[in-house]
Design a protein around this ligand. Sequence first.
Ligand code: SF4
Ligand code: SF4
Length: 167
Amino acid sequence: MSRDSKLHRWHHRMNFGESLYLGEIFRGMGITMGHLLRNLFWTKDMPTVQYPEEHRDYSDRFRGRHRLMQREDGTEKCVACMMCSTACPSDCIHITAGEHEDPSIEKYPETFEIDLLRCVYCGFCEEACPVDAIRMDTGIYEIAGTSREQFYVNKEFLLNNNQQGTL
Ligand code: SF4
Ligand code: SF4
């Protein structure tokens, strides 16, 4: 199409019927009503879910809220080597190491805290751990709370971190 004919189309003067925009208004209303009826009667085709009653399935590779792994006797697997806190780019893992009473286990975390507000969910901590003591495979993505302190989670929380929901 030549430049002149394009300009001609752009400068096309609308007739009276077109200038009322009624046809376009009804066409738009028709599309809106079509979506409304489809969403009312064919809900399973809707791209949205009824959150929070319904949750989406996330990929197995999704990095959710952390958990600390336990040995068979229920004690923490962590040996307080500090590899995770060293690897953490956000400096949000704080561990106090204590001497373990079992001489075959050198150390254990007296305290193990993660500041979830600083965490960027990069997964470096679980990759750095030499004994698979910290994982992010909980699938938990609901990380909400009403105060900053709630996001500072401790060892007891991390050992039993298996529930969606607010902190
Ligand atoms: S996921 Fe990344 S930012 Fe979060 S605690 Fe682990 S290493 Fe730190
Ligand atoms: S969670 Fe793993 S990397 Fe972190 S201190 Fe414990 S044993 Fe070391």
